[in-house]
Design a protein around this ligand. Sequence first.
Ligand SMILES: Nc1ncnc2c1ncn2[C@@H]1O[C@H](COP(=O)(O)OP(=O)(O)OP(=O)(O)O)[C@@H](O)[C@H]1O
Ligand SMILES: [Mg+2]
Length: 259
Amino acid sequence: MIKKKIYSVINQKGGVGKTTTTINLGTAMAACDAKVLLIDMDPQGNLSTGLGVPPINRATGIYNILTSNKKIQDCLLKTEIPNLDLVTANDDLLGVEIELSSSDDRALRLKKALEGVNNYDFILLDCPPALNIITLNALAASDGALVPLQAEFYALEGLSQLLKTIKSISSTVNSRLKLSGVVLTMFDKRNNLSVQVEEDVRGYLGGDVFLTKIPRNIRLSEAPSHGLPALIYDHKCTGSKAYIDLAREFLKREGWKFK
Ligand SMILES: Nc1ncnc2c1ncn2[C@@H]1O[C@H](COP(=O)(O)OP(=O)(O)OP(=O)(O)O)[C@@H](O)[C@H]1O
Ligand SMILES: [Mg+2]
């Protein structure tokens, strides 16, 4: 049996690189021989799109797991990348808040579903840009929160709110939950503001900020329209290289034994 670790890729702010990080970090970890499951927790279904799954093939996914106790094993899709599987999302997920409103275990549905899943090293949950019942399910099931942070003016305000939420969940529903790291995304070293925000975030959180930064790179934004991780679309671009570095840094912290 493999000891799995579960991470919420989370930031309530929209468009900061959660999905891009989930896809490319997941792909890079799979390339290091880790068995990885990615779960799309967002009604927008960007993770599913980015991995080339058309809407017609998303009929059974995270919605069924959260609302009708369907088993993860019955909702899995293999991707074209070895060691990388996916659970998709579709817009049924928009109704989940109301559908679960009267059930006592509504925040623990995903945690329960993942208890029986033992064939992955890492499970990454691509959260929507909100703090709602979906993100609560993700945090309740996770060992760690992985926070992509776009280096811009309001980043720190949103971050302190998110850290408060993580603390409150770890002192109530899930004592395992920790901040596993903040990753700076869409970083532009020529922009003084990016550099200033990096200084502030590192000053505030120290070692909780990954040394690896993800640069702004057009190839990272082109890849999803081809239904491919950037690492497959163009493995030599600066964005792909940064995600490979991030995966190595992340896996090292996890004590991963590289072959
Ligand atoms: N490092 C990068 N360089 C250039 N473009 C990027 C980079 N990271 C992400 N993008 C682009 O920025 C947009 C937002 O990224 P992404 O979808 O990963 O963010 P998100 O946090 O998942 O968004 P949402 O909150 O809507 O789920 C996308 O168009 C993506 O392709
Ligand atoms: Mg997203």
